[in-house]
Design a protein around this ligand. Sequence first.
Ligand SMILES: Cc1ncc(COP(=O)(O)O)c(C=O)c1O
Length: 396
Amino acid sequence: MFEPIQRVPGDAILGLIQEFKQDDNPNKVDLGVGVYRDENGVTPIMRAVKQAEKQLISDEKTKAYIGSHGDPDYGSYVLKTVFGANSKVLKDNRASATQSPGGTGALRLAADFIASQLSGKSIWLSDPTWPNHLGVFEAAGVDIQRYPYVDENNRLDFAGMLDALKQIPTGDIVLLHACCHNPTGFDLNHEQWQTVLDVVQERDLLPLVDFAYQGFGDGLDEDAYGVRLLADQLDEMIVTQSCSKNFGIYRERTGCFIAIARNTEEMEDVRSQLAITARENYSNPPAHGSAIVATIFNSEELTAQWHEELDEMRNRINQLRQDFVAGLKPHGLDEQFAHVAEQRGMFSYTGLTKDQVDALRDKHSIYMVGSGRANVAGLSSKNLEYVCKAIADVVK
Ligand SMILES: Cc1ncc(COP(=O)(O)O)c(C=O)c1O
């Protein structure tokens, strides 16, 4: 039976991790991985999370199922964090939260929901986008279309994006990154969000906003600008949310599928479908991550601690972006890479070519994805000068 099955190549990033491990250069630098790293190259457990876990271990009373929609407290905290405590959508009871196994699980729920309830509609993804967007929607059988996002000079191609959005057939779904666009780091400004909203309204599109990095760009509320603008003005939208990055609980698989409907009645209709989608996929979501998040939000002290640590992570990344451009100045490359300081989130489309990326790996043991996407959090005060010097070597 298994004999005709073909082996497929593994994930490119996993291959990169393997190569990095085998490299014995003591100066090697990993800018490929997709997780936050601190100054020591460690993906730390946040102190607020550790504290919440200690509390959970002693207080937890049962391991019974938590239900297809997950923990209602968790859902309610996520809705408030995403839309803001005073959101009209929440006051009108038009938003439904379904806890999911990570942001990926939320995206898969969205994909299955689109395939089963909005059949015939295509989803439009930015080009480039997080590669798994393609995998998840394809696996669910949703037709995928693309809109441009980056121009040939490695800048946000907003004009190209807009032209494409204006051509999208009425009723199709458009996936937008709320902030910290992965893989490019190019985000929309307020005016651009307004323009996107206008087109979404004109064409009657359904936005699916992927919100995997709230708090990693400019702040929890600042990063929610686009999501909240759309939520305030539109009748319907989908948001897929993740706590993997902003709580650093990647492996606990903690996310949320959110649907906003025209009214409570229709929201409940959609919600009833989501319970079935979740049940058929994995029955119930895992409980540990959502319990951590709810425990933190239940305590003023832990919430304050979490804010402080999230600020620390964000400030570190944004400082590294500045330091990187400053570090390239002595090499006369600061202008060429000035966009890195403007981008937001962990990732940067550096503009380095595939050949330059290969040369960085082969000559200097600096690892990043072939597209020239670097994880800025892989930089540190210890390796920054080395990386800048190596870039100067391969660029010149
Ligand atoms: C744009 C984007 N969306 C969603 C996710 C899903 O994150 P997770 O499933 O780990 O919560 C990621 C993770 O890298 C991402 O970059």
